[in-house]
Design a protein around this ligand. Structure first.
Ligand code: GLP
Length: 245
């Protein structure tokens, strides 16, 4: 793993946006694996700016998102599909048909998982962006998810429901289940960028970077990836003991 410790959220977002923009400039039809959550919002804002300033184009880019809540349609304000439109897709020149995200309203979630798995086989990510759950989850792969998992439905951990309640009017409204890309499909990406910011992530960052590689901390599997860059701010890095400067 390459670990970059940066001053703050702003710098983390800028470095990540520069890496993505560079990949898209080299390969205009790159497949970008994208994440939701508050962490990548700054990166998406910068990418939108780059496109507006004609420093990058997403015209031929394809995107695959990590996950979606079961039971929320693309029009629901808390759905990840809505999040992606608001924070990126509506402000860049990507073709809506080239953006992919699991369908939270699928009648048969298992066949939706199978469909998404096949899609990922056709569209392996040139780069996968990841945030980090405070319990070490990536996508919605909660602790103890097997490393060889593919797209599956998951019952969210108590702590995840609690963490994500801030986006909903009340905790009762937070869906309990989601469809997530599996760990093996995340690991299949050619390159991985993990972003983490704030003290709330410090424990998970330490377990991911310096802990044992174990399903108990799903993000620790990233230690086995050939090209994984972790970009963390000072607060998120505050429990790391190694020398990464
Ligand atoms: C959600 C998403 C993850 C994300 C995590 C962290 O649970 N499924 O992909 O990384 O939240 O969110 P945040 O960036 O808001 O801390």
């Amino acid at each position: 793993m390459k670990v970059l410790i940066v001053k703050d959220y702003e710098q983390m977002s800028r470095i990540a946006a520069d890496i993505i923009a560079d990949i898209v400039r080299r390969n205009p039809s790159a497949v970008l694996g994208l994440a939701t959550g508050s962490t990548p919002v700054g990166m998406y804002k910068l990418l939108s700016q780059f496109v507006e300033e004609k420093k990058a184009s997403f015209k031929k880019v394809r995107t695959v998102n990590l996950d979606e809540y079961v039971g929320l349609g693309a029009e629901h304000e808390q759905s990840f599909a809505h999040f992606m439109r608001t924070h990126l897709f509506d402000s860049v020149d990507v073709a809506p048909n080239n953006t992919h995200i699991p369908n939270g309203l699928a009648d048969d979630p298992q066949s939706e998982c199978d469909r998404y798995h096949r899609l990922l086989q056709q569209l392996p990510q040139d780069v996968q962006v990841l945030g980090l759950g405070s319990n070490g989850h990536i996508g919605f792969n909660e602790p103890d998810t097997p490393f060889d998992s593919t797209t599956h439905t998951v019952r969210l951990a108590e702590s995840t429901v609690r963490d994500n309640a801030r986006f909903f009017a009340s905790r009762e409204e937070v869906p309990q289940t989601a469809i997530t890309m599996g760990i093996s499909e995340i690991m299949n990406a050619r390159k991985i960028i993990v972003l983490a910011s704030g003290k709330i992530k410090a424990q998970a960052v330490r377990a991911m970077v310096e802990g044992e590689v174990t399903p108990a901390c799903p993000a620790s599997v990233l230690q086995n990836h050939a090209d994984c860059t972790v970009i963390v701010d000072e607060d998120a890095a505050s429990l790391l003991t190694g020398n990464y400067r």
